[in-house]
Write a protein that binds this ligand. Structure first.
Ligand code: ADP
Ligand code: MG
Ligand code: ZN
Length: 621
């Protein structure tokens, strides 16, 4: 956008200049008459008034129009001569004739400067425009900094980050420590002939702290840190990306030892010759330049390239071969211990109530990334601040967690009693089914208060982190997801649209089981689905790698699996009719039900209506 501004300004100036010159009468012809004709008109009594300005231009106003004009102009050769020669005529006309008014020495209407200025402006505008157009034609490099890499020297936004600020991630840190050591003391490694990696690629889902880690490396190493985002290479004009890559490496070599950090490298490092649509030439040139530069610098030059991406699968293989990004460091979502540490790091700047137990928060937040956890604490802090409380407490965290996972509460939404009943039955169905499924996560909270897009929610959090999901667990998850729909079917005799999201998720799980993880007998252990949506970074021909016959079998198997899960769920809920009824009644009365209340209800024990439990009430086994 910035690049286009000058042109707009120039056009603007040109238009302004034209308008001004029009208003100043620059383009009006000055002389309508000769001096002799002026005298003639005066003598004939046709002039109503006249004025002479300091430039000697006389403007006549006539009683009757001549050729459609009542105002005429002429330039006098000599004003004082005109005055003295015609004094008598003028006096006569003024006294006895038709001349009403006259005036000498009026200020100039349009000076010579006014005449020339617009022309200068227009000329200047055209000149600048021409320079820009020529610059474009020459590949855009003529404009001073266009081909320069937009690097940020030093840590962005100035705050120094060290490994201290990155919680958990001990293995990742250890591996990066090597880089730090090398930059500090390259001799130690080169002496025994060790080859220091050229480039390291940080790979992992968004929000797991890749950018943070890279910044910490810079902070630890105490060397120059050049950071740039992959998208900064991408520009509309061909050749710019490549020249920026060249510039980036030149800068780095000048200030070595240094780290170059390319964030979101997938923006430039996509597989060549792939994807939809045309216009890859620019990207490929940029990538080629990157490959060349990574080969180009010697190992002793003390430049290491760090890059981060969450899509390693779409990177060009040439980029990943040894000698370029020869090491990949996987940065994943933290485990319970890691989460606790991340929470501690982010709790530092916040005031926590004494009841806050970060350990149990960590246990209940399986699958949360560092960014999620930081967000959780922040939401809780906002809630405490909104209520003017000095410190955030466990309840804030509980509410923040619910808000993050299911959207903000919408108590004011008008709800029909009928809708509430459907919602209560639906949520009770999920909860009861999950309670009776051996591998399902314990139910922590049930609510029929609308949140985000949903009318009600049932929260369950896993007892522990588990890296694998077995076939049985996946199947039982499908059964649990169907609980809402089955309950409506069974107890209301009709089904609603409320279950559409559940059914989407269940079907996707079933399809994954059948076609991705090879979990059904008929198709065997063959994976027919890859991660390939048709995506700009990959070939769309490769997404479907099976025959129509297999496609039919997949559909059949998915249907079979879903039907089995549906029947299973129906059986579970039918066997727990009494409990279903109790849960629904409780929900309609109280709107929410805690995990403990629900468990008591299921076991046929008295329900403590006052008891409140949170999502974080997890007992460690
Ligand atoms: P990525 O680059 O992997 O998408 P970031 O490095 O930008 O993620 O992380 C986003 C934010 O999440 C960080 O600014 C930080 O506040 C928080 N965060 C992520 N991982 C951690 C961690 N291990 N320790 C502390 N904070 C973390
Ligand atoms: Mg990042
Ligand atoms: Zn549901």
């Amino acid at each position: 956008m910035k690049k286009r501004n000058p042109i707009i300004i120039i056009i603007y100036i040109a238009i302004l200049a034209l308008v001004f010159s029009w208003m100043l009468g620059v383009f009006n012809p000055k002389d309508d008459l000769t001096e002799a004709k002026v005298v003639e008109l005066l003598e004939d009594g046709k002039v109503k008034s006249f004025s002479v300005d300091s430039e000697g231009v006389i403007t006549l106003e006539l009683h009757e129009a001549i050729e459609g004009k009542t105002k005429l102009r002429a330039t006098l050769a000599d004003v004082s001569a005109f005055r003295s020669e015609n004094e008598d005529t003028i006096q006569f006309q003024k006294t006895y004739g038709e001349l009403e008014d006259y005036d000498y020495d009026q200020p100039t209407e349009a000076s010579a400067f006014d005449l020339v200025l617009p022309l200068i402006l227009v000329g200047l505008a055209l000149l600048v425009l021409w320079v820009i157009l020529v610059g474009r034609a020459n590949g855009g490099n003529n404009l001073s900094s266009f081909g320069k890499a937009r690097t940020v020297l030093g840590v962005p936004d100035g705050k120094k980050v060290t490994f201290e600020d990155v919680a958990g991630a001990d293995e990742e840190k250890a591996e990066l420590q090597e880089v730090v050591d090398f930059l500090r003391d390259p001799e130690k490694f080169t002496q025994i002939g060790a080859r220091i990696p050229h480039g390291l690629l940080l790979v992992g889902p968004p929000g797991t702290g890749k950018t943070l880690l890279a910044r910490a490396v810079a902070g630890e190493a105490g060397v120059q840190f050049l950071s740039i985002s992959g998208s900064d290479f991408v520009e509309m004009y061909v050749g710019v990306g490549a020249s920026r890559v060249r510039d980036l490496f030149e800068q780095a070599k000048k200030i070595a030892p240094a780290i170059i950090f390319i964030d979101e490298i997938d923006a430039v490092g996509r597989k060549r010759g792939s994807g939809l649509g045309g216009g890859h030439d620019e990207k490929e040139q940029t990538l080629n330049q990157l490959l060349v530069e990574m080969d180009g610098f010697g190992r002793t030059e003390g430049v290491i390239v760090l890059a981060a991406t969450n899509r390693p699968d779409i990177l060009d293989p040439a980029l990943l071969r040894p000698g370029r990004f020869d090491r990949q460091i996987y940065v994943g979502a933290p485990d319970a211990k890691g989460r606790e540490e991340v929470l501690k790091v982010h709790a530092k700047g916040k005031k926590l109530d004494s009841d806050v137990d970060l350990r149990s928060v960590a246990l209940a937040t399986t699958g949360f990334t560092g960014a999620d956890l930081s967000n959780l604490l922040n939401e809780a802090a906002i809630m405490a601040a909104r209520d003017n409380r000095p410190a955030l407490n466990m309840e804030d965290l509980n509410e923040a967690m619910m808000k993050i996972t299911a959207g903000p509460e919408k108590r004011s939404r008008v709800r029909l009693v009928r809708d509430q009943k459907i919602t209560a039955v639906h949520e009770a169905g999920h909860a009861v089914a999950m309670y009776r499924l051996p591998t399902a996560d314990p139910v922590r909270h049930i609510s029929i208060i609308p949140r985000g897009q949903s009318l009600g929610s049932t929260w369950s959090t896993p007892k522990e982190d588990s890296a694998h999901m077995t076939r049985n667990e996946m199947y039982e998850r499908i059964v649990g997801l169907l609980g809402g729909r089955v309950a409506e079917d069974l107890f209301l005799g009709d089904i609603s649209t409320g279950a559409s999201n559940d059914i989407d998720r269940a079907s996707k799980l079933a399809r994954d089981m059948v076609a991705r993880y090879g979990m059904c007998e008929r198709l065997g252990a063959v994976s027919y689905l890859d991660d390939g949506e048709v995506f700009i970074g990959r070939d769309y021909q490769s997404t479907k790698s099976y025959s129509e016959k297999v496609a039919g079998t997949i559909d059949d198997e998915v249907k079979l699996l879903m039907d089995k899960a549906y029947a299973h769920c129906k059986q579970l809920l039918a066997d727990n009719k009494e409990q279903m009824k109790d849960v629904v009644e409780f929900l309609l009365k109280h709107e929410t039900m805690s995990g403990a209340q629900f468990a008591a209800c299921m076991e046929g024990q008295p329900i403590d209506e006052q008891s409140t439990t949170s999502l974080f009430d997890i007992t460690e086994e």
